[in-house]
Design a protein around this ligand. Structure first.
Ligand SMILES: [Mg+2]
Length: 362
């Protein structure tokens, strides 16, 4: 089998009701999608934060065997291709390999430890409204009523907003729901520790990206100072970026994004490095139905760590924000029931792309 062509799509979905994290307002969602076409009639789909340049595709992808994922990865990387763009190609190669073997990708990754994954609702962004606390409490109660046993709220908006609203949401949802917060790199080291000490009183599952994504020394300092798990690394690209974060003991939990870190091929290397260093892996997921399906295959194939009788759950980040490219790009949408999501069982990624929607947002 040989790759004969690669089509790239730049997708933009305009958001109806803008929302903010600590760094920016989101008014549109942008994603890169690739379609890798082979001479056998099999087509694979992949997603990245960006797509590779035509020149790199022609030099490193077209004409190759799609099973040579390592060779293609190294070739694209050596050529200077952005790792997020390599991710898109790599995911499409795994989709092709699965389809060619008539097996879901998690079978190719070594088999499933689980066929259903507990999801945590990612929402609780800052909205343009008069009463943030009331809006956050209502939204959090909605997730609990929908059956979610875990959720994550955005912080990083200053001590007043964070301390007041995290406490209000924790009170509203009770103590049985897993509750994490995410500052999206909105603090410096000192503020992260000062605010974190107050937030830690709310029995939090983790404090995500308190500071700049690459500040290894800062993360080590914050992790020592705070009595809760520190997570991050959703923006990191390639095994080398993760190496110091993991080996310096900077994070309790790494959150590689399969569409940013380098696809399945690179994610496995990062997860192996984390396992060897007793660091937990909970993937980041904020994209289209392609990223959602890819993340579910990875979660199916991640062993429990530690291998306890009652393990810490393998958690899927379930983005609750408005995005038709997540909810409608797959012809059969991937949805949750009582906060549980089934791992796709069809060949490859196990989804069929809605081409009308693809064209509409291209
Ligand atoms: Mg995050």
């Amino acid at each position: 089998m040989k790759i004969v062509d690669v089509k790239t799509y730049s997708l933009v979905y305009p958001v109806q009701e803008p929302f903010a994290n600590a760094m920016r307002w989101t008014r549109e969602r942008a994603f890169g999608v690739v379609e890798v076409i082979t001479d056998s009639g099999i087509t694979g789909w992949g997603e990245g934060a960006t797509v590779p340049a035509r020149r790199a595709i022609e030099a490193q992808v077209i004409g190759r065997n799609p099973f040579h994922n390592e060779v293609i990865w190294e070739g694209l990387h050596k050529q200077g291709t952005d790792t997020a763009a390599i991710s898109a190609i790599d995911i499409a190669l795994w989709d092709i390999m699965g389809k060619a073997l008539d097996q879901p990708i998690h079978h190719l990754l070594g088999g499933a430890f689980r066929d259903r994954v507990q999801a945590y609702a990612t929402g609780l962004f800052r909205r343009d409204c008069a009463d943030h606390t009331a809006a956050l409490v209502a939204e959090a109660r909605g997730y609990a009523d929908a059956g979610f046993k875990a959720m994550k709220m955005k912080v990083g908006f200053g001590p007043d907003y964070d301390i007041k609203n995290v406490a209000a949401v924790r009170r509203a949802i009770g103590d049985d729901i897993l509750f994490a917060v995410d500052a999206n790199c909105g603090y410096d080291r000192g503020s992260a520790i000062a605010v974190g000490q107050k937030l830690a009183e709310n029995n939090l599952l983790w404090f995500e990206e308190p500071i700049s994504a690459d500040d290894v020394e800062g993360y080590v300092q914050i992790r020592r100072a705070l009595n809760m798990r520190i997570s991050g690394a959703e923006q990191l690209r390639g095994r080398w970026a993760f190496r110091r974060m993991i080996q310096e003991g900077a994070l309790d939990i790494i959150q590689p994004d399969v569409c940013v870190c380098g696809g399945f091929t690179e994610f496995r290397k990062i997860a192996a490095m984390a396992s060897a260093n007793h660091v937990r892996v909970i993937p980041h997921m904020f994209g289209t139905a392609i990223r959602l399906a890819a993340t579910l295959h990875l979660l199916a194939a991640l062993p429990d760590a530690p291998r306890a009788l009652e393990p810490f759950p393998a958690l899927l980040e379930y983005d609750m924000s408005e995005n038709a490219l997540r909810t409608m790009l797959a012809r059969e949408p991937i949805s949750h029931t009582d906060g549980i999501v089934a791992v796709p069982q069809g060949p490859g990624l196990g989804i069929e792309i809605n081409r009308d929607l693809l064209e509409k947002y291209s």
